[in-house]
Design a protein around this ligand. Structure first.
Ligand code: UGA
Length: 463
């Protein structure tokens, strides 16, 4: 197994490094952030990703950390670049980190031995960037030409937070966007070895197509979420109709598929919202006006207001009311607050005059940094609920599944529940004022079709 380097010790870089080491590679990870490199050197992971601590611990002897990109490049013949490409104010992406990393890699290559170095871009960059921006920087800094003295490829990542290790070890597909043929050949061989005879489909194309694949995949996922949320809005106005049942039936159509059809407070995170804005900005640059991309974001913004409207529907004015907000991270199994719907929901609640108490199993520390004194922080689920006028579930953590009508009744000022993630069966909350995204009014509705299914009975039982 060869030595590889990873530039950028963020979430993608660290998951990749840990998995590469697990499969027997010696890995050098480089990052400019000295505090982060120090922490990692001490065996601590600066963010929460299930299984990552253990994986890094197991492969500790095969991973080293450095603040010097040059060192990392000198020690390897293959470099993965996974520095972040954050959003600028206008929605386009900020390429400054990737530009400077690639420049450093190029300079390091000037003094390196004869072996042709392969550089693989893993950062998400808009279509055209690897060929038109990264390649020229690399060639200028190294004095080498892609395809002659060095190789370059773009390989989009499809890691989903909370499930990233599984996604890296068992991906649905590997997309190789090659700038030179040898880059594609080498990367294909590399992944065939990595997956030891069990490789997923490997698709080879040019680097710009690979960049489009990344954005198209994320835009499609976001579109599915906004689509089901749009349908949810319609369901909420129809007696006895529940978007969960509708989505289940729609998703069983194999042309559609059931995943990413969970209605709720909307999508967040560091990828989906940012990538849609970036693709839209790139489309505009290319003089193509997208109708769909802005619509996906508009639906998503509305969801965060919808959940507050549901609380109002149950409580009336929120002025002076105590709101227990459960879940802060943008999804469960992560402490990541980037783009988290909770932040905007809290903003809407505060503007409505509510006092907000929050609880999250993992994201409390990150939330404090972001929200400061705007909310109160509870140490547990029960503490959060105590004396609250309404409970709003924003992230579907497993811990919240245990929420019962008895707990709500005993802890809250009045038992009022807004299910922003469709975690609960309304039938389990008799005696609790309950509203949920995508759930139409339940009284007065009878089911005309004899049906033994529990979820359909739920409408008849209250009729
Ligand atoms: C997303 C993609 O799923 C990954 O494939 C991609 O590699 C990654 O972005 C990236 O570009 O790096 P991630 O941001 O970790 O991954 O999160 P998702 O699992 O996609 O969830 C995004 C948001 O959509 C979350 O807030 C989640 O709660 C929401 N969501 C998801 C729904 O509201 N409903 C659903 O049915 C699914």
């Amino acid at each position: 197994m060869g030595t590889v380097s990873v530039v950028g010790a963020g979430y993608v870089g660290m998951v990749s490094a840990a998995c590469l080491a697990e499969r027997g590679h010696d890995v050098t990870v480089a990052d400019k952030n000295t505090a982060r490199i120090r922490l990692l050197g001490e065996g601590k992971v600066p963010f929460y990703e299930p299984g990552l601590d253990d994986l890094l611990e197991r492969s500790r002897s095969r991973i080293s950390f450095t603040v010097s990109t040059r060192n990392a490049v000198e020690r390897s013949d293959l470099t993965f670049v996974s520095v972040s490409t954050p959003s600028r104010k206008d929605g386009a992406i900020d390429l400054s980190q990737i530009r400077s990393s690639v420049r450093e890699i190029g300079r390091a290559l000037r003094s390196k031995s004869q072996v042709k170095h392969l550089i693989v871009v893993r950062s998400t960059v808009v279509p055209g960037t690897t060929w038109h921006v990264i390649r020229p920087i690399l060639e200028r800094a190294s004095g080498l030409r892609v395809g002659e003295g060095l190789s370059l490829a773009m390989q989009p990542e499809f890691l989903s937070q909370g499930n990233a290790i599984e996604d890296m070890l068992h991906p649905d597909r590997i997309v190789i966007g090659e700038c030179d043929n040898e880059a594609g050949d080498r990367l294909e061989t590399f992944y065939k070895e990595f997956h030891a005879g069990n490789a997923p489909p490997i698709l080879r194309m040019n680097s710009t197509s690979a960049e489009v694949v990344k954005y198209a995949a994320n835009a499609f996922l976001a579109m599915k979420v906004s689509f089901v949320n749009e349908i949810a809005g319609i369901c909420e106005r129809l007696e006895g109709v529940d978007v969960v049942r509708v989505a289940e039936a729609v998703g069983l159509d194999s042309r559609i598929g059931g995943r990413f059809l969970k209605a709720g407070v909307g999508f967040g995170g560091s990828c989906l919202p940012k990538d849609i804005r970036a693709l839209d900005a790139r489309a505009e640059e290319l003089r193509f006006r997208s109708f769909l991309l802005p619509a996906i974001l508009r639906v998503n913004d509305r969801q965060k207001r919808r959940v507050v409207q549901l609380a109002r529907r149950l409580l009336g004015s929120l002025k002076g009311k105590r709101v227990a907000l459960l879940g802060l991270s943008f999804k469960p199994d992560t402490d990541d607050m980037r783009g988290a719907p909770s932040v905007e929901i809290i903003g809407h609640l505060r503007r409505a005059g509510a006092k907000v108490v929050v609880y999250d199993p993992a994201a409390m520390q990150n939330a404090r940094g972001l929200l400061g004194g705007k909310v109160s922080y509870a140490a547990s689920l029960r503490e959060c609920l105590r004396a609250a006028d309404v409970c709003i579930v924003v992230t579907e953590w497993d811990e919240f599944k245990a929420l019962s009508r008895d707990v709500l009744i005993s802890e809250m000022n009045r038992p009022v529940l807004v299910d922003g993630r469709r975690m609960y069966d309304p039938e389990d909350f008799a005696g609790v004022a309950y509203a949920a995204i995508g759930l139409g009014p339940m009284s007065g509705m009878t089911c005309h079709i004899p049906c033994k299914e529990r979820s359909i009975r739920q409408f008849t039982s209250r009729a």
